[in-house]
Design a protein. Structure first.
Length: 208
């Protein structure tokens, strides 16, 4: 009995270290499938972070591209307007200019009635005063000056005064002021008595 008991104890004691080593080994080394799963999660988290970091850059790039596109559209619109101005029908511009000059002459006559004669201009005029002047889109007289005359200072002053007294002038058609104030030339036709008519609305001169 004692011998048997001793043998059993010896077997148990001999197998103890091996069992303990296996248990210790089981605690320190995780299974291979756990290592693979952990590596997969780490890789997935890294991919999400990389995507998140790249997203703002993509938005910034898109925003810059949008601004460049807007600038190109604006430049294209500006070029289209300039092209339209350059290719405007000369006949339409000429017709609009004639109509505007008549409206302007009528305004001058209305504001200076005592300086205007109603009959036909005499055959040999006392003076012809040509004024050069500019009018902006609102009908404001920007500048005015005598371009040509027979150096009759009285009639020159009368012509300039009558133009300035007619302000505000009629507003020019949009086609004439697309690039700024329109520059015009108009003639004041003076009889001997110092009264005038404006060529755009003047009657036909008396024959000799």
């Amino acid at each position: 009995m004692k011998i048997t008991h001793l043998l059993v104890m010896a077997v148990l004691l001999g197998s103890g270290p091996s069992f303990g080593a296996d248990e210790a080994s089981g605690r320190s080394d995780p299974p291979a499938d756990r290592q693979i799963a952990h590596a997969g999660k780490t890789k997935q988290k890294g991919a999400v972070k990389a995507k998140a970091a790249a997203t703002p850059k993509a938005k910034t790039k898109k925003t810059k591209k949008s601004k460049k596109t807007s600038a190109k559209i604006k430049n294209a619109d500006k070029a289209a307007v300039e092209t339209e101005q350059e290719t405007a029908d000369p006949a339409a511009i000429a017709a609009a200019t004639d109509l505007y000059k008549k409206a302007l002459a009528e305004k001058v006559v209305q504001t200076s009635p005592t300086k205007v004669y109603a009959e036909r201009p005499q055959a040999l005029l006392r003076s012809v005063v040509v004024l050069k002047f500019s009018v902006d889109a609102e009908g404001k007289l920007v500048q005015s000056a005598v371009l040509r005359s027979n150096r009759d200072r009285t009639t020159e002053a009368t012509a300039l005064d009558s133009l300035r007294a007619a302000q505000p002038l009629p507003k020019p058609p949009a086609i004439l002021v697309r690039r700024g104030p329109i520059e015009l030339y108009e003639s004041w036709l003076f009889n001997n008595d110092g009264r005038f008519q404006i060529r755009s609305t003047a009657l036909q001169q008396i024959n000799r």
